[in-house]
Design a protein around this ligand. Structure first.
Ligand code: UD1
Ligand code: UDP
Length: 358
């Protein structure tokens, strides 16, 4: 069986790392990776291939950045050509980026079955580009691998046949378990950044609803800047956020915050597992906070990962003012939630591969 996996953005490299490793252990399956080129800086792409042992993509489409329509359209056209040539038995897509949607759409139009990893997530906010990408991908897919019970219920409510849904757990949990110890041995980031375990805040900000709204972005950075007077704040900055701040000439909002370039996954999970608290608008980082039992403040109005809010590990903080952000973070430091296994047992990739193989 030949599987073409379509990836393109940072979190997809991390998700694919677990599944590609499991696929490579099955003699009858051959996986070809197609990189759309949505993310292309070496610290947003190459670093993950070298660090996580992901096989080199057999095709890199080099699509790069652009408006949603242009970017997705260029991907669709290029992916169709590759799929016509490669004639895969399945196309595998991850998450909810424009690369996910383009991969699913290119495949279904060619009548190639699509498997969607991380299916069923919903924010119920259609202003998010990711929400549109998820809904369309789920409804195009022939096999839907869900990370949580909530995700499974969303799909069932939308009329997707239970026979197509497989609740495997979250492949990001597999990755955190597999690479977590390696980070302890290999990462020197605490030393390089002069950080003491448990005595700093880690933050990431990249979501369009925050970066494209000057008031929300200012509220987040003012909040982080305020608390930096009490506890160090480190922020590996996504290129989207950096570009927005540079365009608007608002770098002064970063006063007091330790700004660094995006880091590789090994350094990132080292920063996560030792943080006093994580403040983020990232989907993946919210879950990693829980995997490493750190409290998290989510800088959004809603989250797809509702179980973490219910369990008490995650607090939603709509970034309406610097004061709101600062007080929410300071209140949550030192808190912990309930225990549980909402994301499975860390064997999601094996379960996905068993289902594909059968
Ligand atoms: C994308 C996904 C988002 C995901 C995120 C993960 C969509 C619609 N969004 O958002 O769901 O959470 O990836 O990080 O697919 N840029 C660079 N270098 C790069 C990549 C991006 O400079 O290697 C800059 C460019 O200015 C670009 C901007 O970041 O215009 C946005 O990149 P894009 O891939 O369109 O969206 P993300 O915000 O990264
Ligand atoms: N990540 C990373 N380096 C960074 C920031 C994030 O390796 O500087 C990892 C993080 O650990 C997680 C994934 O990237 O596994 C999350 O990706 P991102 O926040 O870009 O996207 P989202 O999950 O919100 O779609």
């Amino acid at each position: 069986m030949k599987i073409c996996t379509v990836i393109g953005a940072r979190p997809q490299f991390i998700k694919a790392a677990s599944v590609s490793r499991a696929l490579s252990a099955v003699p009858d399956i051959r996986e070809l990776l197609i990189h759309t080129g949505q993310h292309y800086d070496s610290n947003m792409s190459d670093v993950f291939f070298s660090e996580l042992g992901i096989p080199a993509p057999s095709h890199n489409l080099g699509i790069g950045s652009g408006n949603h329509g242009a970017q997705t359209g260029r991907m669709l056209e290029a992916l169709e050509q590759v799929m016509l040539k490669e004639k895969p038995d399945w196309v595998l897509v991850y998450g909810d980026t424009n690369s996910t949607l383009a991969g699913a759409l290119a495949a279904v139009k060619l009548h190639i079955p699509v498997a969607h990893v991380e299916a069923g997530l919903r924010s119920f906010n259609k202003c998010m580009p990711e929400e549109i990408n998820r809904i369309l991908t789920d409804h195009a897919a022939d096999l839907l691998f869900t990370p949580t019970t909530t995700a499974t219920r969303h799909l069932e409510r939308e009329g997707i046949s239970p026979a197509l849904i497989d609740q495997t757990g979250d492949v990001m949990y597999d990755a955190a378990l597999y690479f977590g110890d390696l980070a302890l041995r290999k990462s020197g980031i605490l030393h390089t950044q002069r950080l003491n375990p448990g005595q700093y805040i880690l933050s990431t900000v990249h979501r369009a609803e925050n970066t494209d709204n000057p008031d929300r972005l200012a509220a987040i950075l003012e909040g982080l800047s305020t608390i930096s007077a009490e506890i160090p704040v480190i922020l590996p900055m996504h290129p989207r956020t950096r570009a927005t701040l540079e365009r608007a000439g608002r770098q002064s909002l970063l006063r007091g915050i330790t700004l660094i370039d995006p880091v590789g996954y090994i350094d990132m999970i080292m920063l996560e597992r030792n943080a006093a608290l994580i403040a983020t608008d990232s989907g993946g980082v919210q879950k990693e906070a829980y995997f490493f039992q750190r409290p998290c403040v989510t800088l959004r109005n809603e989250t797809e990962w509702v179980e973490l809010v219910e369990m008490g590990w995650n607090t939603l903080c709509p970034p309406e003012s610097g004061q709101a952000v600062a007080s929410s973070i300071l209140r949550q430091i030192g808190t912990a939630g309930q225990t549980g296994t909402p994301y499975g047992e860390g064997d999601s990739a094996d379960r996905i591969v068993r289902r594909l193989a059968s």
